[in-house]
Design a protein around this ligand. Structure first.
Ligand SMILES: [Fe+2]
Ligand SMILES: [Fe+2]
Length: 151
């Protein structure tokens, strides 16, 4: 298993993101020891899933006005570019690089990305939800007041 302890380490308290990340971890772990044919299909599934994963986070960032959208998007594009490059090599009959990428780089990338950029996005979304909850009930925005030192 390449990525373990999902619940403890990568839980972001955001249902959609946590579900997507669980699926990503499952896909990465599943293709670790596949034979050639299964690896090819599994890697294709991983690329398709990651495209949807990143597109969904992109939508969340845009809809919520996430301040670090450009940085987060750039990181998604970088990793997706690597996945597409590896996929192209598999299509040409060479899976060795893609296997090494899945084994040696993808787990570390996911762990770091989840606890930094995705965690920051989840925290931002939680704050936005709380603000909306208060605003809908005509309550004062205590989160903003606290942040501004306004008491
Ligand atoms: Fe993510
Ligand atoms: Fe992300």
């Amino acid at each position: 298993m390449l990525i373990s302890d999902f619940d403890n380490a990568y839980q972001l308290d955001h249902t959609q993101m946590d579900q997507t990340h669980r699926e990503f971890v499952d896909l990465v772990n599943q293709i670790e020891s596949c034979d050639q044919a299964a690896f090819k299909a599994g890697f294709q599934a991983l690329v398709t899933h990651t495209e949807a994963h990143f597109a969904a986070e992109q939508l969340l960032m845009e809809q919520s006005g996430f301040p670090a959208t450009a940085e987060h998007t750039g990181e998604h594009q970088r990793v997706l570019g690597q996945l597409h490059q590896m996929h192209g090599r598999i299509e040409k009959g060479s899976a060795a690089m893609a296997r090494a990428f899945v084994r040696e780089q993808l787990p570390g990338w996911f762990k770091l990305h989840a606890i930094t950029m995705d965690s920051a996005l989840a925290a931002h979304l939680k704050l936005a939800r709380n603000r909306q909850f208060q605003s809908e009930r005509g309550l004062p925005d205590i989160l903003t007041a606290d942040a501004a030192g306004d008491d």
